[in-house]
Structure formats: C-alpha cells, structure tokens
Design a protein around this ligand. Structure first.
Ligand SMILES: [Zn+2]
Length: 245
C-alpha cells in the first residue's frame, strides 16, 4: 500500500496569526470526521474513523478555515510566568516582581508576588508556588465541608486536568474518598473555588447529579450555579496561564 500517497494532515496551522497544533485521533466505530477548535488545550482536534478519513479531514480543515479563524481569534492569549507579567491569583491580577536578589521562595504581598533566583527557574518556581497554595487552600476547605456532613476524605490531590475542575472517586469507601482538583482553581476567585469544593464534597453523599445532590451542594455553598457560570465564561483563560504558546 502506498501510504505516502494519502493526503497528509498538517501537524500545525497558522490561524488568526497564531501557530496552532493540529492533533488527529481515531475513534473505532465512527463513520465521520469531526473537527473541534479546543479553546482549553489550544489545539485543533480532528477525530477520524477507525480507518481512513484523512482526505475528508484535509477537506474539512480547508472548508472550515473561516470558521477556525473566527474561533481561534476568540481564544485566550497565553500568559507566561515572566517578570512584570500580571497573573490572576484568587481572581485578582498579581504582578510577578522578580529580581535575582529577592528571596527565592515566592512571597505574596498586596498585588505583587516577590520572587528571586535564576530567571530560567522563574516559571517553574511560580507554578510550584501556585500548586502548593491551591493544595493547602482546597484541602482545608474540603476537610471542613466534609466534616460538616460527617464524611471522611482519604486524600485531596491537585492535578492539571483540562476536562474538569474537580473529581470525586471512591465516595463509599470506608477509609474515605479521593477528591481531586485542578490547581488552576487557585487563579479563580475564592468563592468560585469554594463552590467547586462544595460540589465534590456533596458527591461524598450522592454519587450522581440528582436533585438531592444539588440540594446538598447548595446547602454546603449557595453559589454553586454562579460558580459554574463564572467558569463557563472565564475558565478557558485559566488554562492559558503559565503557558508559553
Ligand atoms: Zn459532579
């Protein structure tokens, strides 16, 4: 088979003046090609059938160029951790006040984060500091809210997941559940973060999204709906914080 004669799919396209990776995956059993402009991952995602589909995918990319331009032009901009940049912490802009002579351990003051050490280590240092802050904050809130309803939590984990803000596994295990959060919630206002914690803690009682679950979620934190709305509107931008491209 002359595989090289098949139309090759690009791995990157320039769309709306930005370099955008193109990622193709296959779904066994699917018959059609699907195209998605993912504002969270910053990638053009092509989903192909189990076999073939390359020509259809290439055609789809060409015929939807205007659609892709419109989508990508509305994507958030990358916000790298650089000296002088403003990054959100608890929903408020914080200046990265870097100087090699500052102490290496980041110190948050009003509107600024003082941090020292070598310039090349700055992005990693800021990210680790945000993750540690996210863990401490959400672990404390999780244990406090779980305590209110007499449930146990075995472990609170912090991850960088693009698909969801929180997760709850093993809700009925006697040793307690494992609850996970995206560290990026530390970038959001504290009330949004607390409402997401209340959502996961409510899953310790109801492993579903039944009316009883929502009632408990609202009892633990009345702003559950507003928090979802805030994340639907601003959540994608949080995924571009600390990214170079
Ligand atoms: Zn849920």
């Amino acid at each position: 088979m002359l595989r090289w004669l098949k139309p090759a799919l690009p791995t990157e396209l320039t769309i709306a003046g930005r370099p955008v990776p193109v990622v193709a995956t296959r779904r066994a059993g699917a018959r059609t090609v699907r195209l998605k402009a993912n504002a969270i991952t910053g990638r053009i995602e092509l989903s192909l059938p189990g076999r073939g589909g390359e020509a259809a995918a290439a055609t789809l990319l060409k015929s939807h160029h205007g659609w892709l331009e419109a989508r990508v032009s509305r994507w958030p901009r990358p916000l790298p951790f650089r000296p002088g940049a403003h990054v959100p912490v608890d929903g408020e802009p914080v200046l990265i006040d870097w100087h090699p002579a500052h102490p290496r351990t980041p110190l948050l003051g009003p509107g600024r984060l003082r941090v020292g050490g070598p310039a090349e280590a700055l992005p990693g240092r800021v990210e680790r500091w945000l993750k540690a802050r996210a863990r401490a904050d959400m672990e404390a809130t999780t244990l406090a809210l779980a305590g209110q309803i007499g449930r146990r939590v075995a472990r609170v984990a912090i991850a960088d997941q693009s698909s969801r803000w929180g997760s709850c596994a093993g809700w009925n295990r006697p040793e307690g559940a494992r609850i996970g959060y995206s560290w990026r919630l530390i970038l959001a206002p504290a009330w949004v973060r607390r409402a997401i914690v209340a959502h996961e803690v409510a899953h310790l009682v109801h492993p579903d999204h039944s009316p009883a679950f929502h009632a408990l979620n609202r009892q633990l934190d009345p702003r559950a709906t507003e928090a979802r709305r805030w994340l639907a509107r601003h959540g994608a931008a949080l995924h571009w914080v600390g990214r170079e491209i």
